[in-house]
Design a binder for this molecule. Sequence first.
Ligand SMILES: NC(=O)c1ccc[n+]([C@@H]2O[C@H](COP(=O)([O-])OP(=O)(O)OC[C@H]3O[C@@H](n4cnc5c(N)ncnc54)[C@H](O)[C@@H]3O)[C@@H](O)[C@H]2O)c1
Length: 257
Amino acid sequence: MEISFKGKTVVITGGAGGIGSVMCEQFAQDGATVICCDLKGAKELAAKLSEKGLNAYGLEFDITDRESVKNSFAKIRAEYGAIDVLVNNAGINVGPEERNHIDKFNDTWWDAILKVDLDGTYNCTKQSVPLMAQGSSIVNISSIVGMVPLRNQCAFTAAKAAVINLTKACAMELAPQGIRVNAVCPGTVGIAITNRLWSKNDAMTGLLSHIPMGRQAVPSEVVSAVEFLASDAASYITGAVLPVDGGWTCGGFARDF
Ligand SMILES: NC(=O)c1ccc[n+]([C@@H]2O[C@H](COP(=O)([O-])OP(=O)(O)OC[C@H]3O[C@@H](n4cnc5c(N)ncnc54)[C@H](O)[C@@H]3O)[C@@H](O)[C@H]2O)c1
């Protein structure tokens, strides 16, 4: 099965980040014109990809700022006309030092995480739909934590669970227009920011012992799942929630007892 995005315009939020930058490059290598969106670093990444002969453009805006999102998608409409694929990939979580039970959870972090991970997905989806024709698709990056919560991360677990239900609601609403909406739930992905998240008290060893495949994903493994769901190969798939987690959410323990 060959997946090609030749002639397609693909918008990726959080495009300058750990997973996002690999995603921008992989989509562009598979023929897409990629619009890499991020708070900062998007233009720099797009320039690097352009130097490699790929079609990439950078747009820098805050997905939590509705006016900014509106203006940015108006710019996309003016310059590219239509969007074939939107990947809502931007997201934030608390670092190890800010993790806490709900009674001690920092309100500022709660507000920030819900704003980026949930509101940001809503804002970008809302502005994309009018730019999408039949056959377009949206992929939301949730997390396995949106399916199976972890302790001390109430905001991230709540936001990512909401993204899953938002995905399903949008899938139902947009199906008559021929727009598919799916979610990918990464487990743990081996990039610098994740490794910092699991750096406290050798948490990574404990984490990996619960993953049947016994390792983290590499970013391209998440991107392949996103590309599949975004492509015509998934033409009858909408409202799906796909874990990319090495078996983490299969249930039980990864070891025999
Ligand atoms: N890394 C993992 O193990 C893992 C696991 C599960 C889910 N995820 C999800 O994957 C996605 C990508 O995460 P990542 O690991 O590459 O993290 P990352 O921090 O490297 O990338 C996230 C990107 O989002 C951008 N961003 C944050 N706030 C923004 C805002 N207000 N407006 C615009 N852009 C903003 C950041 O600048 C950053 O470039 C996130 O949604 C994350 O929750 C990651």
